[in-house]
Design a protein around this ligand. Structure first.
Ligand code: NOS
Ligand code: ZN
Length: 418
């Protein structure tokens, strides 16, 4: 058992007792012999952050194709480079991403990419929690469709067979502009049969919406809804930057969770998602970084600050997306979207907990600390517990040899671009 003593949590100083992978008790807990103790007296405990949209191995593409619009970025730079990836390169890209997330307080991420054996291996070793989907793209070609469905099934089985409750399989049809109707129908069916989350890019740019409209006569959400794609499925829709009123209704009616990626959307000049309207409808808003090629990091604290200030600015309303709400997007709402019992520090919840030392210049005065975490913090957390295990202690990752990962990552990167 692990006891975090005298830590500031849920608004007051108390103890947190962890047994197995869950929080057993919060309050005053007497130390017993078999308990490992972390002194929390100079720290705050927060629920680990949940990043609901990433392509984690894209750490390898950080800084290699900046300042471009989405279609040019994907077609001319990213996709040609991705053709050179393999399981090993992806493994090192993922390890680096895991270190980056753990060091900035993220304990769960929802991913869509390729070479999932490499990703799962790195996730397993790092100790982080992840929902992994194979990114399916058939470009309306029948042969490719069959291959993609086969691949997705193969990886779902592979992940299930790992039998690790930290690694959850999901389905990742890339988008309405890269996947055929037949592929999407198959995904919708498979998701229901195997009770899997669907993770998809939706309405990221005006260009892609135009493509879908020209092909189908409908906006993307309307098109997918027209053949029952969302029916009785648990869906995380990444981006949702440009939405009609009708599409917002479809999102609400189908309980679709939004993964809002404000920094990626700003950097690729895709636009700004209508979060105010979605909130008014009561839609579940969560946060994602997207891949490092378009962000360019995995620090979800940056997303929290951005979401809290961006919508105030564009709506000329300083009361919009208050600190507490922005924080909830990155914790509770993310957990709800991924259907995991995390995102809160409460009895019975998964023990995914982040400790932050309070003696940092930007966390003074030591009052209104929840405001500081949103508006002033840079994400440098100190201890990270995931699934009840200490993964980082005093900023040192315990599960991996950090220096070795950096070295191997550099080698993998040069193999990729060389
Ligand atoms: O912002 C984005 N929009 C669309 N596709 C993206 C974005 N970021 C990464 N990918 C691409 O999605 C696939 C993963 O399955 C990869 O090809 C990745 O490069
Ligand atoms: Zn993406």
């Amino acid at each position: 058992m692990l006891l975090i003593k005298n830590v500031y949590v849920n608004g007051k100083r108390q103890d947190i007792l962890i047994e197995g992978n869950k929080i057993k008790e919060i309050g005053e807990v007497k130390k017993e012999e078999e308990m490992e103790v972390i002194d929390g007296s100079d720290k705050i405990a927060i629920p680990g952050l949940i990043n609901t949209h990433t392509h984690i191995p894209m750490t390898l593409f950080r800084g290699v194709a900046d300042d471009l619009p989405l279609m040019e970025w994907l077609n001319n730079y990213i996709w040609p480079m991705e053709a050179k990836l393999n399981e090993e390169i992806v493994y090192y890209g993922t390890l680096l991403g895991c270190i980056e997330m753990i060091k900035t307080g993220t304990t769960t991420f929802n991913d869509m990419y390729f070479y999932l054996e490499g990703i799962a291996k790195a996730v397993n070793e790092s100790g982080i929690r992840a929902v992994l989907a194979y990114g399916m793209i058939d470009l309306f070609d029948e042969e490719r469709r069959e291959r993609e469905i086969k691949n997705a099934k193969k990886y779902i089985k592979y992940i299930k067979d790992l039998n690790n409750s930290r690694i959850i399989p999901a389905l990742g049809p890339h988008s309405a502009y890269t996947c055929s109707k037949e592929l999407l129908e198959e995904v919708s069916k498979l998701a229901k049969e195997q009770n899997l989350l669907i993770h998809i890019h939706m309405n990221e740019t005006l260009d892609e919406i135009k493509i879908v409209k020209e092909k189908t006569g409908m906006e993307p959400f309307k098109y997918l809804d027209s053949f029952g794609f969302f029916d009785n499925n648990n869906v995380v829709a990444a981006h949702c930057v440009h939405l009609t009123e009708e599409e917002i209704e479809i999102i609400k009616r189908n309980n679709i969770s939004i993964s809002h990626n404000p920094i990626s959307n700003l950097k690729l000049a895709s636009g700004i998602a209508p979060i105010e309207k979605l909130l008014k409808k009561g839609v579940n808003i969560t946060l994602g970084t997207d891949g490092c090629g378009s962000n360019n990091n995995l620090n979800l604290f940056e997303e929290i600050k951005t979401v809290a200030i961006l919508h105030k600015g564009v709506n000329l309303n300083p009361r919009l997306v208050k600190a507490e709400e922005a924080f909830k997007f990155a914790t509770e709402n993310g957990a709800k979207a991924l259907n995991i019992k995390a995102g809160r520090i409460e009895k019975g919840y998964l023990a995914d907990i982040v400790l932050i030392k309070l003696n940092k210049p930007f966390l003074y005065p030591k009052e209104n600390i929840y405001s500081h975490l949103v508006y002033a913090f840079n994400g440098t957390v100190d201890d990270v517990i995931i699934d009840g295990k200490i993964v980082m202690r005093d900023n040192k990752i315990l599960t991996l040899d950090e220096e070795k990962v950096y070295e191997k990552f550099e080698k993998a990167y040069y193999k990729l671009i060389g």
